[in-house]
Structure formats: C-alpha cells, structure tokens
Design a protein around this ligand. Structure first.
Ligand SMILES: Cc1cc2nc3c(=O)[nH]c(=O)nc-3n(C[C@H](O)[C@H](O)[C@H](O)COP(=O)(O)OP(=O)(O)OC[C@H]3O[C@@H](n4cnc5c(N)ncnc54)[C@H](O)[C@@H]3O)c2cc1C
Length: 399
C-alpha cells in the first residue's frame, strides 16, 4: 500500500511535469482521440508530443510487458495511473483497435516473433489496425465466411471481400478471418486468423457512406494477395478460437467506451440539455415527467459505469474477458441508444438540424450522434446475438 501511495505521488508529479498544459482538462470520449498510424494527420503538436512522451514511458499500454513496448505496470498501478489521468481530465495519448483488440489477442495467442514485430509499433502509435471479420454473407453467422486463403508454399493467396470494415481506408494492417480449409467438416474448423499489410498488392478499399453523413466504413477487397504463412496467429485452421477471444476484447472495449461516455467526457450532459431546452425550476428540470426520465437515465448510466469499472479492474488483473462481456455490450449499447433518443426528444425541433444557420454545433452533434448510435447494437455482434450468448453460455439455458 505504501508503495502504491508513493507510485501515486510520483505519477501525479510526472503527469504534471510532462502532460502539455493545453491537454489538461480535455479528457475525451474514448472513441475520439489519436488513432495513430502511417496515414494519421497531426493537427495539434501537443497531442503528438504527448503520444511520444507516454510511449517512451510505456504508458500507452501500461500493463503490457516492457519488452513489447508496454509499461510493465501491475494492475493496481495501472488503476492509479488511470485515476490520476481522469482526475486531471488528461486525454489518453492513443486509442484504437491495436491497443484494445489485436494487442491483447497477440499477447494471448501470438508467437514471440509476432509480439516483437507488432506490439511495440502499436504502443508507439505507428501502425493503425482494422478488423476484417464481416462479409456480405457472414455477419451474425460469422463462421460462414468465404474469403479464401489457398496455400502456396510459405504463403497464403487470399481472395474475397470483407464489409463494414471500420476505418479500413485509414488503417495500415488488418486482422482478418479467412477460410484456409474449405473441406473441414465443421465450418468453424477451417478458419485461420491472419495479419495482412493493407499496402500489399491486391488489397483495395471502397468507403461506404452512412446515414450520419460520415463514411467510417469500407468494403475491403482482396485479390490474390500473397500473405506469409508466418502471419497466422494461433494455429492454421484454429482461427475460430482466436477470433472469439478477440470478440471478448472488442465487446469490453465497446462497453467501456459507453461506460466512460455515460460518466461524463466532453459531451453535453443530459440534465444540462434538459434544463436548457425544457425549462428550469429552482435548478431542476421543470417538467416532472422529463425530470424523472432524465434521472432514471443518469442513474442507470452511473450504475453501469461502476460495473464496467469493476470489470476493467478484473481485466487489469489479467483475467481474460468471458461470455459476460455480452451483458455489458447489450446493456451499454442499448443504454447509449436510449440516452441519444432522449437527447433528441429534449431538443425538440432543434434536433432536426443537419447543417447551416439556425443550429449551433452542439445541436448538430446531437442529431448526428443519435443516428450513429443506431449502429451500436449491431457493431461487435448484434444485441440479439449477445442475448443468445447470454442465454447459452452465461445462464446455461438449453438451445
Ligand atoms: C458501427 C459498425 C461498425 C462495424 N465495424 C466492423 C468492423 O470493423 N469489422 C467487421 O468485420 N465488421 C464490422 N461491423 C459489422 C458487424 O459486426 C455486423 O454488422 C454484425 O455482426 C451483424 O451482421 P450483419 O450486418 O450481417 O447482420 P445479420 O447477421 O444479417 O443480421 C440481421 C438481423 O438478424 C438478426 N439475427 C441474425 N442471426 C440471428 C440469430 N441467430 N438469432 C436472433 N437474431 C438473429 C440480427 O440480430 C439482426 O437484427 C460493424 C457494424 C457496425 C454497425
């Protein structure tokens, strides 16, 4: 405990000495920040300096081993670091699927060469990753995927199409599920988990425009892409196990994102919005019915945040995420949809703006975030699929 106290005071002094003043108080939503990678465009030199400083100390991935670029902190120390950063509302130096999805998966299933090649580059923000799971005919039924990987000596030749690949146009590498044995008796058995450089000849991406007006997804096409066999994570044909473990990390990350968002961040608070647009009486939301719904949403968000924090502590203590991440995924995303819908209701006609005069930036953001939130219960596996997992693997109900 004494050690932890001195770690806390050293960490606090270090953060105060090294975090650029312009970033203090700017703690972001965990899905907004520096994603890094070869194509990243820096607009703020302080953000770049902050990433370099934190990466040098290993604190972009505080609990990862130091030999792979991490900080080697114990779970308790990592919690202290995160508390001290949160207390000052200092943003994470780096976010993205390298830190939250492929990194933890490589730590569990990667061989030494893969860890040494990829993890330090993730920690330094040099490589941005995307996820190539879904295909036009394989979303919920992921094991039906058809992207082929045919063996040719010490390479696989990969051909097929992935869809809904978030940020594929900005990513440097993709972790993809491919069918390496089309004759395997069970469809889950013939799948391999493959790491592919997006600059390899034969990889092309085409962005998809969404209802929210942005275009964060792509179709990713592979045409006879030659990928070294050494890029298989786990065993050839054993990719399903790796894929499921990564989904556990993905669902934790999504739940974590909404837990953190509910707890504050820089987004406008629901009670503030309700007071501003619905009227205020003695500092409270004037309409008792609206006040009730806002209070319920705030209480649910707070309870969810605390539960997610408890599970985050377990993850820091080295526990791999299990089927219970599906509970967080369903609850967190449905709660976020409820919150966004309530915000739109609170704003009334002011929530109908898309662009142009008559609406301020915050109002336009509410509308776009509401539309974006519709995808929350689909990404990372739909709510229906999560409920199936909870029924089978958490509650042990029969098929
Ligand atoms: C914002 C967002 C980001 C995404 N990012 C990525 C990414 O980076 N990489 C990637 O690979 N994919 C990504 N996806 C794709 C996502 O994983 C799939 O959309 C999702 O798994 C659902 O698959 P589908 O779209 O094919 O729908 P389908 O599987 O066709 O499902 C259609 C409907 O049927 C229901 N359904 C299907 N099967 C069952 C069942 N057995 N029981 C009950 N109901 C069922 C579903 O719940 C859904 O309502 C993203 C999706 C979104 C929305």
């Amino acid at each position: 405990m004494a050690n932890l106290d001195s770690f806390r005071s050293e960490t606090a002094s270090w953060l105060e000495a090294h975090c650029p003043a312009s970033l203090v108080g700017r703690g972001d939503n965990v899905l907004e920040g520096v994603w890094g990678g070869r194509k990243w465009k820096w607009t703020d030199p302080d953000r770049k300096r902050w990433l370099e400083t934190m990466a040098e100390r290993g604190w972009t991935a505080p609990t990862w081993p130091q030999e792979y670029g991490g900080g080697g902190l114990s779970p308790a120390e990592a919690k202290v670091l995160s508390q001290e950063m949160r207390a000052r509302r200092i943003p994470q130096p780096l976010i993205g699927f390298g830190l939250t999805m492929i990194g933890p998966t490589l730590l569990q299933f990667g061989n030494e060469e893969q860890k040494r090649e990829h993890l330090p580059r993730v920690c330094r923000g040099e490589i941005r990753w995307c996820q190539g799971y879904s295909e036009p005919g394989a979303g919920s039924d992921l094991a039906s995927l058809q992207t082929r990987a045919d063996r040719d000596g010490d390479h696989f030749v990969v051909s097929g199409t992935k869809v809904w690949t978030s940020y594929a146009d900005e990513a440097d590498w993709i972790f993809a599920l491919v069918r390496s044995d089309p004759d395997a008796p069970k469809k889950q058995d013939g799948i391999s988990f493959l790491l592919i450089d997006m600059d390899d000849p034969g990889v092309t991406v085409s962005p998809i425009l969404l209802i929210s007006g942005s275009s964060p997804f792509c179709e990713t096409h592979f045409q006879d892409v030659r990928v070294p066999v050494k890029n298989v994570v786990g065993t050839i044909g054993g990719g399903w196990t790796v894929a499921k473990a990564l989904l556990g990390h993905e669902r934790s990350m999504i739940a974590d994102a909404f837990g953190a968002t509910s707890g504050g961040g820089k987004r406008m608070s629901l009670p503030d919005l309700a007071r501003r647009y619905g009227g205020e009486e003695e500092g409270r939301v004037a309409d008792p019915l609206l006040r009730d719904r806002v209070a319920q949403c705030e209480m649910d968000s707070r309870a969810f945040l605390l539960t997610v924090q408890r599970s985050r502590d377990a993850a820091r203590a080295g526990q791999q995420p299990g089927a219970e991440t599906s509970i967080f995924k369903v609850y967190g995303t449905e709660l976020n949809k409820r919150r966004n819908e309530l915000m739109v209701e609170v704003l009334g006609p002011q929530s109908l703006g898309w662009e142009g005069p008559g609406f301020d930036d915050a109002e336009l953001k509410v509308t776009r975030e509401w539309l974006r939130s519709r995808g929350n219960s689909i990404e990372g596996g739909t709510s229906e699929i999560q409920l199936n997992i909870i029924a089978k693997r958490v509650l042990g109900l029969p098929d």
